[in-house]
Design a protein. Structure first.
Length: 217
């Protein structure tokens, strides 16, 4: 009887590590399944950086696009670290005025964002948008992935007959502009520049892309 008890005890102790191992594996499988479920039910956001003249104009439009969750004005494409607005305006840093757009690709596609981008600025004028002249006002798309590059190139092909001068270049770094540049139109819509330049771009966007507007009700 004593031998039987000792054997049973020894056997139980020998299989205990195996049971623990199986429990760990099952727990890991459950964790992976939960993670996969989360990945299928949530959409990772993307970011793209666009330059097309004064960043106040672009920001005002892109803030109103359904699927866009964040817009920041700033500078990209230059050689000076953390430049000031005054430096960029001097045209010596190589930066373009840009907006950095964070968006949900399941709500608004990269192609549609770029189509709107081309509709609200002139991609055929080199280093110029209206009365804003200089390399800081150049038309540029700073892509973060091969898919964004392909989307930009395909939309450019849609503009048949237009001599597009837009740069399509890899993103390197974005420097956020000074605080008073953020949400400029929203906070200063009665200013003469906003009324004369930005308001018509907004009207054009709302007219041509009304189905892309955020629901503000």
């Amino acid at each position: 009887m004593a031998n039987a008890v000792r054997y049973a005890t020894f056997h139980a102790m020998s299989i205990l590590p195996r049971i623990r191992c199986i429990a760990c594996v099952l727990a890991l499988l459950l964790l992976l399944a939960a993670t996969n479920q989360m990945n299928t039910t949530t959409s990772p956001h993307e970011t793209i950086t666009l330059g097309g003249g004064c960043f106040w104009c672009l920001e005002a439009v892109f803030e109103q696009i359904n699927g866009v969750t964040k817009v920041e004005s700033g500078y990209s494409g230059g050689t000076v670290t953390n430049p000031s607005y005054k430096q960029v305006c001097a045209g010596t840093t190589g930066h373009a005025e840009v907006i950095q757009v964070t968006f949900d690709p399941q709500t608004i596609s990269t192609k549609d964002l770029i189509r709107i981008f081309f509709a609200i600025h002139d991609p055929t004028t080199l280093n110029r948008q209206g009365n804003d002249v200089g390399t800081q006002y150049r038309s540029a798309i700073f892509y973060r992935s091969p898919e964004q590059k392909t989307a930009a190139e395909e939309v450019i092909k849609e503009l048949k007959g237009s001599k597009v001068v837009t740069e399509v270049v890899p993103f390197k770094v974005f420097y956020k502009a000074e605080g008073y540049h953020q949400e400029y139109y929203r906070l200063n819509s009665t200013q003469p520049y906003c009324q004369a330049v930005i308001a018509p771009k907004l009207a054009k966007f709302r007219n041509h892309f009304h189905d892309k507007l955020k629901d503000t009700r």
